[in-house]
Design a protein around this ligand. Sequence first.
Ligand code: AMP
Length: 228
Amino acid sequence: MDAAHTASTAPILILLGPPGAGKGTQARVLEQKFGLVQLSTGDLLRAAVIAGTDAGKAAKAVMEAGDLVSDAIVINILRDRLAEPDCAKGVILDGFPRTTVQAEALDALLSETGQRINAAISLEVDDREMVTRISGRFTCAGCGEGYHDSFKPTTRAGICDTCGGADMTRRADDNAETVGQRLDAYHAQTAPLISYYARKNALKNVDAMGDIARISKDLAALVAHATA
Ligand code: AMP
């Protein structure tokens, strides 16, 4: 990574939580409020699949099955993105790290530039809700705003409240079968990171069930404290 690009005091935040916990939605809110960059490895991988890169070709079937893409691929993608100049503002990691190997790689990467994680925030949710949450979600292809059929519908059917676009997309892996596999992968490989960050005294918890605006408020208070 090009260390020159990244200021050593820039905040580094991690959002932990199972698929459907609201990491993407809340990362977007924090991005705006704190002037940080949302860094989603899921988005980066989906872009690589569309671009047809070697990483994208290797990741496609794995993502469709709801499994985790190899650590080597994801760490490379993350390292390259983190080296881009805009990340000097500070980043919110959404969907990374997802394994202990990734968490250790991130620690090593940050130590190269004298950076540290300000907080790893665990979005606490009831797993049984996640299938419903994920099955109903869709995104504006124009601006990336996320919606949900029941919990966050658009004001006018099919029209984005944020940019007025009418091109809404649903992710290929947001279906009931794949969601089950993604939840299993979370519990087997990602949930152990909660104790990983607790041991480093970096862990914070937020109740992420219920009203999206209340969750955003709780998160903002926590982030303000962690980056002060
Ligand atoms: P997400 O958009 O975060 O739900 O990620 C969608 C899919 O991309 C996951 O189900 C995985 O297949 C893959 N993926 C995203 N981030 C990672 C990661 N950090 N490690 C491994 N696979 C990932």
